[in-house]
Design a protein. Sequence first.
Length: 445
Amino acid sequence: MEYQYRHGNKAALPTTIHYTSVIDLLAKTASSSSAAARTAEQILRSMLDLYDKGERHLAPDTIVFSATIDAYAKSGRHDASERSLAILDLMEDYQIFSDIITYNTLLNTLAKSSNFQYLSISKDILNYIEESPDLRADAFTYNSIIKGCSPKEAESLIQHWEMEYKSGRTDERPDSYTYCSLIKSWTWSNTLGYVDKCLDILHWMEDNHVIGMNRIVYNEVMKACSRSSRDDAGDLAGGVFNQLIARYKRTRDQQFRPDKYTYMNLITAHTRSCASHEAAIKAEYDVLFDMMDSNIIPDNKLCNAVISGWARSGSDDAILHAEEVCNRMDALGIGPDGVCFNSLINVYVKSNHPEKSVRSLQVLERMEKRRVAPTSLTHTLLFEACQDDDEFLMNVFESCIENGLLDEKLQDSFMDYGPACIKERLGGSMPYTHGQRMQIEDPVG
C-alpha cells in the first residue's frame, strides 16, 4: 500500500491505523523471528518519513510507538533495550505523550537485559512516573523492574511499593507474581541460605493471604530446593508439596492442583539429595507413581530420572522397580525412548542379577522391535553387562557392526576383553562383516 502511495496511487491511502496494525502483528511474531522487531521499527520510521514530507494524515500517536517498543520487548534481541530507548527519544522528538502502557512496555524490555546499566535506567523511569501528575504506576510497572533486580534490591523495591500503596499513590499492591519474581531472584543468586529465604517467603505469603496465590509459587519454591545441594532438599520439597496438596484439598481450587512441573521439581529435589541412597530413590519412585495415578502424564525425561536413580541405588529391588516404571510408561502410551532404555540396561549392569547378560540383550531386542535406535552408549553398557560371557559378548559385537556403532572406544574394549574370534576380525585376519546373532531366550526359571 505504501509503495503504491509513494508512486502516485493516491487511492492507496495508508493511515496511522494501518501502520499500527502491521507493527502490532510483527510484535506478536517477534518472539519467533529476530528480524520482526527491526522491521517494525523500519515501518514506523517510514511512516514518520511520510509525515515529515507533509502527509499530515499520518500523524503518529502513542499506540504506534508503544507497539514498536513491544516488538522489541518480545524479540529477545541483544539490542532490544537500546532500540527501545531510542524509540522513546523519538516519541519526545515528535512531542508524543508516553502513557503508563508505553513505560511499562519499555520497563519490560529493560528487565530482560543483563546489562546493569538498564536497571539503573529503569529506576530512574520509575521515579519519573511516581513524580509525574499525569502517570500512575501499577503492578506491571513495579513487577517489570523487580524481575531484573538482585534479591536485596527486589526486597527493597517491594517495601517501597507497599508504602506507595498505603499512601494511596498506587492502586495495586505486591501480588503473587511479585513474590514469585523474588523467589526466582533468590534461587538464581545461589546465595548461602537462599532455600530458607524462599521457604520464609512462601510462609509469609500464606500467612498474609497474598493476592493471586497459585501452584506456581509452590513450584518455584520446590525448584529452589531442587537446585540446592542440601542433604534434606528432597524432604524440604516434599514439605512444600504437602502444603500445596493441603491447600488444594481445602479449597478445591484448580489453581492449587499439582501439575507436571510440581512433580518434576519434587523428583529432581530427591535426585539431588542423597542421590545414591535407596530411600531417596524410593521417594522419587513413589512421587512418579503418585503423579501417574493423578492422571498427570510424565515425559520420558522425568521417567528416566527415576530409572537411572534405581541404577545408582544399589537396591536388590532396583530391577523390579525400574521395569515397573517402563511398564507403566507403556500403559500410559508414553513409550520409553533410547535414553530410558539405556538407563534400564544400566540398572542390569549395576545389579547382581545372575542373568543380567541375557536380560540386557533382551532390552536391546525390545528397542529394536520398537524401532528405537541404539547408540554407542547402549553398546558400551551391553559390553559391560556381557563382559564375562563370550557368547553374549559376540552378540553385542554383531549389533555394533549392524548398527555402524563400532567406535574406537568399543574396538579397544573388544580387543582387550573380547573372545579370540572378535580379536581376529578386528585384527584383519577374518572378514570384517557381521554374522548372525543368536536368538536370546528367557533363561529357565
